[in-house]
Design a protein around this ligand. Structure first.
Ligand code: NI
Length: 180
């Protein structure tokens, strides 16, 4: 297993539309293992494959968020489809590992039912509520290149862009000050 670098906005790859997985092979298993390790290392609630540069329709959700028990492994969704969303909604702050330090209030369906395939190639359907439902909707957005920043108005979008630019400059300056 290895931690892979997470693409950050405005990396153009984050706008790519991911494609269906066709090979359930060791490469896929490796990708998902690495995604799990990467998500743990960054304390994320979920991660889509495109965020580590793999444009495949795959996302994972943190085990405790998906299953509710502390030691549950990440829940894996391959070629997922949203089957239904509740009319009832929730609005809450949402983050994304591709937008470090940014939180945006986003309105989502309170409940979501998703159909997907697991690593063994079996199709399953799962119902989620609250944070789990939010996480599935957020990760599913990544598969079509829709991002957190698209949920904001123009003013907030500019503020986010400026903050991310500043953070990047600060990191570059720090790297220069401490040559390795
Ligand atoms: Ni995200």
């Amino acid at each position: 297993m290895a931690i892979r670098p997470i693409l950050r906005y405005p990396d153009s790859r984050l706008r790519e539309k991911s494609v269906d997985v066709v090979a359930f092979d060791d490469g896929l298993r490796q990708l998902i293992n690495d995604m799990s390790e990467t998500m743990f290392a960054s304390n994320g609630a979920g991660l889509a494959a495109i965020q580590v540069g793999a444009p495949l329709r795959v996302f994972i959700i943190d085990g405790p968020v998906a299953v509710g028990t502390d030691d549950a492994p990440p829940k894996v969704f391959i070629n997922p489809e949203i089957v239904s969303l509740s009319d009832e909604s929730q609005t809450g702050d949402e983050g994304c590992l591709s937008f470090p330090g940014i939180y945006v209030p986003v309105k989502r369906a309170l409940r979501a039912r998703v159909r997907a395939i697991d690593l063994d190639g079996n199709t399953f359907e799962i119902d989620g509520e609250a944070l789990f439902a939010r996480a599935m909707q957020h990760e599913n957005d990544h598969l079509i290149g829709r991002l957190l920043i698209d949920q904001c108005g123009p003013v907030k979008r500019e503020i986010i862009k400026r903050k991310l630019r500043k953070d990047k400059e600060a990191e570059a300056a720090e790297a220069e000050a401490t040559p390795s």
